[in-house]
Each structure stands twice: as structure tokens, then as C-alpha cells.
Write a protein that binds this ligand. Structure first.
Ligand SMILES: C[S@@+](CC[C@H](N)C(=O)[O-])C[C@H]1O[C@@H](n2cnc3c(N)ncnc32)[C@H](O)[C@@H]1O
Length: 237
């Protein structure tokens, strides 16, 4: 999978995420007491769980073993599972299930998105919260139209080029040039596919699983197709 190739560089490539991590923390802290259990689907290198670990009992799940191995170094006491977010089955239930930083956009069929909603619902305690975010269609279109960008870190650099794959899917070409010695660079290439769906379609489907659904943008206003990122906060009563 693409993330295995770039796992070592992932946190440097995405850079400073203080604002988006704070948004996720606020969504949780406004609704859930300290000590609650949290499972993150697509936890990657564990950056989000790391910031939550002192206040909550955190667990994570991801299909990239290399991403998980970095998360394991960071999160001594967390349970971390190598599993698919569309088909996982754990013995525990959680107060909060998270799936953020566009992890769900990596699923390119609507069938898979629905499978995540079902799996999340099945693993929530009574009145538990499912919080996930999406890159909107607008955001993916605007990235496709933008030029590739370069991220420099340590002596290495990365070029990220987001391109239209077909009418429905977006391809992220990520190339990392790892500086070796004597001005030699080693190239690592990853390709990641993302897909978005209209906010109304997502909200409509969520009603089959949850009784309360809020769609919120990064500023805390109502999320819509005009937003770049929308956070869904779903709960069952
Ligand atoms: C953009 S990264 C986000 C990682 C983490 N949530 C963060 O905020 O840093 C997406 C993650 O989703 C994982 N992922 C994508 N599809 C998956 C699937 N079907 N099952 C499990 N993990 C998946 C990838 O391995 C990757 O770690």
C-alpha cells in the first residue's frame, strides 16, 4: 500500500497540523468526559492519538504496517490493530470512534463508505460518538487544479502532485527524495487515490445508522459542499 513506502516521512510531509488536531480535540472534549475510550480508524502514525493519550484511553487501527510501527513507538499503552476499516471486528466497544484527516476518502466505492459506517456503529457503546471528516468534492477539484507543491524537511524533500484520475477519483502522486551521502538522493514513490461524495448523500446515508448527525466545517459553521473539509459528528440515542 502507498503509505508503507512513505511512512517514515509521513509526519514531515504533512507538516504542522496543530489547527486541525485542535479542531478534532475540541469536537471530542465538548462532548465526552476524560477517561472515555477512543478508537481511531486509519490512525496512521498515531499523531492524533498521541495528543489524546493523557486524557483518554486510546486505540487505533490501520492497514499499513509501516504506519502502525511508528504509532507503536509513540503509544506504549495503546492497543493498535492492523486491520481494514471496512471490515474490522473487535471484541471491545468504544465511547468515541474517530476517522479523521480524510482517511475515509481513501475508500473509492460507496459500498466501502457504508461498510465503515456500519462497522463504526457496531463498535460504539450506547450514546457513543462517531466523528469523521471528509475532503469535499470541491477540495479535491481545487487540489487537482493546483500545481504540484514541494515540502522540504531535514535534507530531504517531497513533491506532491494531485491529479484527476477519472470523473470520480483523484490521484495523489507523492515522491520523496531522501538525501543519502555525497549529494545522492533515494526516490520513494507512493500513489494514493481519494474519492469524495456530496455532503447531502453522506448525511442521508448516516441517518440509517445514527439518530443525531451534525455536519460542521473547520470554522465551526454548518458544513456543506462549499466547505473544503466537513466534520461529521454522529450519535445514537
Ligand atoms: C491521510 S492518512 C491519516 C492518518 C491519521 N488519521 C492522521 O491523522 O495522521 C490515512 C490513513 O488511512 C489508512 N487507510 C487507508 N485506507 C485504509 C483501510 N481500508 N483500512 C485501514 N486503514 C486505511 C492509511 O494507511 C493511512 O494511515
Amino acid at each position: 500500500m502507498g503509505y508503507d513506502v512513505i511512512a517514515r516521512f509521513y509526519d514531515d510531509i504533512v507538516g504542522d497540523r496543530t489547527a486541525s488536531i485542535q479542531t478534532v480535540k475540541n469536537l471530542i472534549q465538548q462532548r465526552v468526559d476524560s477517561g472515555a475510550s477512543i478508537l481511531e480508524l486509519g490512525c496512521g502514525t498515531g499523531s492524533i492519538l498521541y495528543t489524546l493519550r493523557n486524557q483518554y484511553k486510546v486505540s487505533g487501527l490501520d492497514s499499513s504496517e509501516q504506519m502502525l510501527s511508528i504509532a507503536r513507538q509513540r503509544l506504549d499503552n495503546a492497543k493498535l490493530y492492523n486491520a481494514d476499516i471496512t471490515s474490522f471486528s473487535l471484541r471491545e466497544k468504544y465511547n468515541v470512534i474517530l476517522c479523521v484527516f480524510d482517511s475515509i476518502n481513501h475508500l473509492t466505492s460507496w459500498h466501502s463508505w457504508k461498510a465503515v459506517f456500519r462497522r463504526a456503529r457496531a463498535h460504539l457503546k450506547d450514546r457513543g460518538l462517531f466523528i469523521f471528516d471528509v475532503n469535499t468534492e470541491k477540495k479535491l477539484r481545487s487540489l487537482e487544479e493546483s500545481p504540484a507543491w514541494v515540502v522540504k524537511f531535514d535534507n530531504h524533500f517531497s513533491i506532491i502532485d494531485v491529479l484527476r484520475c477519472d470523473s470520480e477519483r483523484t490521484r495523489w502522486n507523492i515522491r520523496v527524495f531522501e538525501k543519502l551521502q555525497n549529494d545522492l538522493f533515494k526516490l520513494h514513490c507512493a500513489e494514493i487515490i481519494q474519492r469524495a461524495y456530496p455532503i447531502g448523500v453522506i448525511s442521508g446515508e448516516l441517518k440509517s445508522y445514527f439518530s443525531q448527525i451534525d455536519a460542521i466545517d473547520s470554522q465551526g459553521d454548518r458544513g456543506s459542499d462549499s466547505s473544503e473539509r466537513v466534520y461529521f459528528v454522529c450519535q445514537n440515542f
